[in-house]
Design a protein around this ligand. Structure first.
Ligand SMILES: C[S@@+](CC[C@H](N)C(=O)[O-])C[C@H]1O[C@@H](n2cnc3c(N)ncnc32)[C@H](O)[C@@H]1O
Length: 300
């Protein structure tokens, strides 16, 4: 199997022989040109909408790191970790446009306007979003705003929280023995009409496998979600897991059944961000050794 990803052999060996000085000490050795100058000659700048992953800075893509090095300005959310911001050159302008459920510090329209304004000044802009920008990330609104202004842009995917959580807890998102699909669901349903179709989440007749359900933004609705799932046919004994701050040094995991999780979650008093995972996959949790992922100065 060729695992060179098209990189020259000497560059690859430099990547893998990286020093332990820090999670991205190896980046300097790659030879990517660091510059704050825009790569286009046109007056209008460019925008990269980049996924930052769920927290551990080493889960950034190589492309994301390269773009962060050359950005003139970075607009970032509350989910972007300090380790990731630490990768920015000193001269990069940083704008916090944090949005946290229930604590919006900036309206989406203001963020879109700011993004366009910086690009129209001719700057290379990185809009850095937690996880993957296309999953519950308001990517659509920002792409639309850029399209309307005729600003060139591109999207760089990131590791979504569910994938990071899966790797760092040892709970697979699917397992052919008990889960043949996975569903990512937003728990942002402040009004009853926004609630998902609960009945579609119960097991189908003749198919004993249960879909894995991953609820994003559900920390304040754990009780309601568990109650609805039981009301709509899931066994009260279905395994359920709440994971706080996945992939970070503060990662905490709580495993119970659907009927017991709400009370345990109340007592645990998690800070968030958190994911709620429901399904038999929680029962096949593997004993991953997180110390194997550790690097100096990095998460975990
Ligand atoms: C607005 S959504 C953004 C999701 C993001 N685009 C992604 O792909 O992960 C924010 C929610 O993602 C989840 N989340 C993000 N980072 C997380 C982490 N490190 N641990 C647990 N959940 C996380 C939480 O449910 C949080 O409320």
């Amino acid at each position: 199997m060729n695992l060179s990803w098209g990189l020259p052999a000497d560059m690859l060996s430099r990547v893998f022989k990286r020093s332990m000085a820090g999670p991205f000490a190896w980046f300097d050795q790659l030879g990517f040109k660091k510059t704050s100058k825009s790569t286009t000659q046109s007056k209008t700048g460019i925008v990269y909408l980049v996924g930052a992953g769920p927290g551990d800075a080493e889960l950034l893509t190589v492309k994301a790191v390269r773009l962060l090095q050359k950005a003139d300005v970075v607009l970032y959310d509350w989910l972007v970790s300090d380790d990731i911001l630490g990768l920015l050159p000193n001269k990069t302008e940083r704008l916090f446009v944090g949005k946290r459920a229930g604590k919006h510090s900036m309206q989406q329209q203001v963020i879109c306007d700011l993004l366009c304004e910086k690009a129209l000044e001719g700057k290379t802009v990185v809009r850095l979003k937690g996880g993957d920008p296309a999953i519950f990330g308001r990517l659509g609104e920002e792409c639309k705003a850029l399209e309307l202004q005729g600003i060139p842009f591109a999207v760089v995917p990131g590791v979504t929280a569910a994938s990071g959580m899966s790797a760092y807890t040892g709970v697979p998102l699917t397992d052919r023995r008990c889960s043949r699909s996975v569903r990512f669901i937003t728990a942002q349903f402040s009004r009853p009409e926004l609630e998902p179709d609960w009945s579609s989440m119960s097991p189908k007749e003749g198919d004993p496998s249960l879909e894995t359900l991953v609820f994003y933004m559900g920390l304040s609705r754990v009780s309601l979600i568990c109650q609805r799932l039981i009301e709509h046919g899931l066994s009260a004994d279905t395994p359920a897991m709440l994971v706080d701050q996945a992939t970070t040094a503060e990662q905490t995991t709580l495993i119970r059944t659907l009927k017991d999780l709400p009370y345990a979650a109340e007592c645990a008093d998690f800070k968030g961000p958190a994911l709620l995972v429901v399904g038999e996959v929680v029962g096949v949790k593997h004993a991953v050794d997180l110390s194997l992922l550790s690097t100096d100065g990095c998460y975990v």
